[in-house]
Design a protein around this ligand. Structure first.
Ligand SMILES: [Zn+2]
Length: 270
């Protein structure tokens, strides 16, 4: 049992620090010789995403860029993707770097960037009320100054001002506090996470733990933010419901995330 726990803890520490999805929404020019993906290519690469997310991608320009082209405009920060609205050409651009380190190989990154695309699609192409409704539910003033950013080798990690990173204020993680679109995308990316360990396993591991290991539990909380969310804050559920209403999530995905929501929060209170 102890061995299993050490293995899982080691794996999760690695994974939790790997779970960054910082992306940029600043407009930049895509190199002229780049061709966007065809619908068939989108179906191939994003085949594991739901119809609502794919619908937004079909209406976007999706590019796979060479690492140097991708990074050129981003001050060499290492990012999962780069989705922005080009107001001049009225186009949604979704850019991923290609190469062996590309995070597009992970479903949660594809889901995150596609969520940005759907958010822009609803705002600019369909003129929907989604973003206004989200703001009302969130009741939060998004501000980069609410978080601390640590940068190491081009990778930025976001923390609350007290150094913690568990879900708070109806937000999945500190990065969500930076702006409304990241708040949205950080919920949607959850459909691509959590598949490597069952919450039941975590619960089992931490049943009967001593208070000294509270720090470790907090680390799990930032790896499984939805499971550790405090459901007395109703914003989490309301946001999931709104995402289903606007087809960021299927009924199935919504059901699964609703089931996971807050299911391990009691471990934080032990
Ligand atoms: Zn993002």
């Amino acid at each position: 049992m102890k061995n299993l726990k050490n293995i899982l803890a080691g794996g999760l520490f690695g994974i939790s620090s790997f779970f960054f999805t910082q992306c940029s929404q600043d407009p930049h020019s895509v190199p002229k010789n780049s061709a966007p993906l065809t619908k068939e290519e989108i179906n191939h690469v994003f085949g594991d995403l739901n119809p609502g997310l794919k619908e937004a991608l079909y209406s976007s320009k999706v590019y796979f860029l060479k690492n140097e082209d991708f990074l050129e405009h981003l001050e060499n920060k290492y990012l999962g993707g780069h989705t922005f609205y080009d107001a001049l050409n009225k186009e949604i651009n979704v850019c991923f770097p290609i190469g062996k380190d590309s995070l597009k190989n992970f479903k949660y990154v594809r889901a995150h960037e596609s969520a940005h695309a759907r958010n822009y699609y609803l705002d600019y192409f369909l003129n929907s009320n989604f973003s206004d409704e989200w703001k009302q539910i969130a009741n939060f003033e998004y501000d980069l100054n609410k978080v601390t950013v640590l940068e190491e080798s081009g990778i930025c990690t976001f923390f609350w001002k007290d150094g913690a990173s568990e879900p708070k204020y109806g937000l999945i993680k500190p990065y969500s506090a930076t702006n409304i679109r990241e708040d949205v995308a950080n919920f949607v990316e959850l459909i691509g996470r959590n598949s490597f360990l069952n919450p039941e396993d975590i619960s089992y591991l931490f049943e009967g733990e001593t208070k000294n290991e509270g720090i470790l539990i907090k680390d799990y909380a930032s790896s499984f933010p939805l499971h550790f969310a405090d459901t007395t804050d109703h914003r989490y559920q309301k946001k999931l419901d709104l995402l289903k209403e606007y087809n960021f999530l299927t009924n199935e995905e919504h059901k699964k995330l609703t089931k996971d929501l807050g299911s391990l929060n009691y471990l934080l209170k032990k």
